[in-house]
Write a protein that binds this ligand. Sequence first.
Ligand SMILES: NC(=O)c1ccc[n+]([C@@H]2O[C@H](COP(=O)([O-])OP(=O)(O)OC[C@H]3O[C@@H](n4cnc5c(N)ncnc54)[C@H](O)[C@@H]3O)[C@@H](O)[C@H]2O)c1
Length: 448
Amino acid sequence: MNITVVGSGYVGLVVGACLAETGNDVICADVDARKIERLKQNELPIYEPGLDAYVERNQRDGRLSFTTDVAWAVGEADVVFIAVGTPPDEDGSADLRHVLAVAQIIGSSMRRETVVVTKSTVPVGTAAKVAEAVAKQSKFPFHMVSNPEFLKEGAAVDDFMKPDRVVLGVESDMARSVMAELYAPFVRTGRPIIFMDIPSAELTKYAANAMLATRISFMNEIANLCEKVGADVDLVRRGIGSDERIGPSFLFPGPGYGGSCFPKDVQALSRTARERGADLAILEAVEAVNSKQKHRVAEKVEQALGKSMKGARVAVWGLAFKANTDDMRESPALTVIADLLERGATVVAHDPVAMPEAKHRLGTTVQFAESSYDALRDADALAVVTDWNEYRHPDFERMRTLLRRPVIVDGRNLYNAARMQQLGFEYYSIGRPDARKSTAAGTVGSRS
Ligand SMILES: NC(=O)c1ccc[n+]([C@@H]2O[C@H](COP(=O)([O-])OP(=O)(O)OC[C@H]3O[C@@H](n4cnc5c(N)ncnc54)[C@H](O)[C@@H]3O)[C@@H](O)[C@H]2O)c1
């Protein structure tokens, strides 16, 4: 099939590369000329495991190409995916400017009967607006589809190639059969394609992200309660996660959720609900809890170091909003760092892949260390913010000799508190008992 994907960011690039991988002829179009130039040279604008090989192979074999000429690319296609950004507007609603701009170009550039797919995360009613904008300009028949994307950054290629499910909102038999054919190679193992009406498909994406964000905020609140009552959230998590009705995923407390999706999608869904007179009180709470949680790590560093942090040097491990990505949009690390700087600390940061992005965002306000161990040199504390694998089993002896004070605030619960205590650390995590230094009289575990 001839496919054009408009918007070659995180989603557009993954969609384009994966559809080319299954034999389609794909053009990825974007208005960002620098991005397109780099992509033509197989230089990816994002870090995403496995994606580079797909881009390189399919570009070499002529199934994948890149262009800034969106109108031309649309004219070549049987199916056009809209995968441009939908950032939050000032009031939290999704800003549809880019989506509707693309819709206009589709309308004026289509050269045959076309299937128009909204892949971007868009509020209920957007496909209808896109259809209106396309219809205003177009002489050709077209078919709208809402096909929300559920990929996870850091595992995006795998998620697209082996999706849990594919959700397709369709209105015509033609759209249904074209999309079923396009997705057939991805659901061979029996994962379902779920066809539905377009508003339901649009809402499904927001409901999924809102549910996941709700689980995270719920567990963060339970973790904070664990700290007050002397319980261990790890045990509580396992205790509830083994209940089949609950399941084990997304029950890990931490420094709050971030990224390009949850924060903006929770806000946009709240906004949609308010506009329609159906306040989703739960989502207001999810957001409020998350905003508060993002400050927990710095608060714990302050508690550990004593009230004045002026002149303290704090190492921060992890800048990306989660492991296996260099995406720092809404990353909790940004809040942790801002809080530490505001309290007068000096911050030395490390991240395995997000440092170029971090330098761009943070400039000279923080120091950047070449290695995770370099960041610890003469630091008064370490704050762990992202759960990169390389932080899971570090050389603790080496860490202790490098740190000026053996204080670790672990925002991801990566380490075992008893072991850290044995090794001579003061160790604080989220929702678990703190571990203070051993004393001559024995070990002392206490809570903050
Ligand atoms: N990133 C994710 O993990 C993820 C997952 C699922 C869904 N989504 C949704 O997918 C959409 C895209 O997200 P993303 O993370 O890929 O965004 P992104 O910012 O990485 O990419 C968007 C791209 O669209 C391009 N663009 C903007 N206006 C354009 C126009 N008029 N014509 C052509 N190109 C244009 C931009 O230059 C940019 O390259 C959003 O709605 C997002 O919510 C994202």
